[in-house]
Design a protein around this ligand. Structure first.
Ligand code: ADP
Ligand code: ADP
Ligand code: ZN
Length: 213
């Protein structure tokens, strides 16, 4: 199964992608996580990506397309993969199509996790991320067992800089301008599936599984 998760920042793509990856036993590929790991590791890519991310803007297409093309060509992606946070622009979607057709493959579904802007602010403001393993929690909707500590690895949980209210608004506008057109792109391609992302995490997960049949 080759899946794309679409949706606004904070819609729940990462939460659902992690569950789906476990259920279908395929890798969860989050471009945001890849960039954050590069920033932490102090790589050239991390240095280039950081200023865009801090401002809530998209990292330029040329820094992300080849990276994803290389990742999906790896051995562990043979049985499928879940793309979370990529593509985010029409040129990225076209680059993905080109990379896949070079491997004689195509995507099976693009799952749109549909959440209106008014719910997003709440979701991102309450999101807490593990500094080490990238797991995400929510201060109200998905609390860790011990406040401020990751259930999985015991590390500290933080509020991402780009989840602060002043950046959230920029990220939402960027989403509407540059990413939302992908909904029509995948609808035309005949692989769009839309789930009501305002439901509980469990209900969204069940909804996606039934859409995927
Ligand atoms: P969220 O899960 O809240 O949508 P991500 O972790 O996916 O956020 O992304 C964080 C930031 O990383 C984005 O705001 C953007 O700056 C950068 N980023 C991630 N993926 C991409 C991409 N495919 N194209 C451009 N920028 C990206
Ligand atoms: P995205 O990857 O789309 O940016 P996340 O999966 O990181 O979004 O979710 C954003 C925040 O909202 C996190 O704090 C997460 O725990 C929480 N969240 C995700 N799905 C739901 C849901 N269905 N109901 C309530 N909160 C949710
Ligand atoms: Zn952790």
């Amino acid at each position: 199964m080759r899946l794309i998760m679409l949706g606004a920042p904070g819609a729940g793509k990462g939460t659902q992608a992690a569950r789906l990856a476990e259920a279908y036993k395929i890798p969860h590929i989050s471009t945001g996580d890849i960039f954050r790991a590069n920033i932490k590791g102090g790589t050239e890519l991390g240095k280039k990506a950081k200023s865009y991310m801090d401002q809530g803007k998209l990292v330029p297409d040329e820094l992300v397309c080849d990276l994803v093309a290389d990742r999906i060509a790896q051995e562990d992606c043979k049985e499928g993969f879940i793309l979370d946070g990529f593509p985010r622009t029409i040129p990225q979607a076209e680059a993905l199509d080109a990379a896949l057709s070079g491997m004689n493959l195509k995507m099976d579904a693009a799952v749109n996790v549909d959440v209106p802007d008014e719910n997003i602010v709440n979701r991102m403001g309450g999101r807490r991320a593990c500094v080490k393993c990238g797991a995400t929690y929510h201060v109200v909707y998905n609390k860790p067992a011990v406040e401020g500590i990751c259930n999985t690895c015991g590390s500290e949980l933080i509020l991402r800089d780009d989840d602060k209210p002043e950046t959230v608004q920029t990220r939402l506008s960027v989403y509407h301008e540059q990413t939302q057109p992908l909904i029509e792109y995948y609808e035309k391609a005949g692989i769009l599936k839309t789930v009501d992302g305002t439901q509980s995490m469990d209900a969204v997960f069940e909804g996606i599984k039934s859409l995927l049949g």
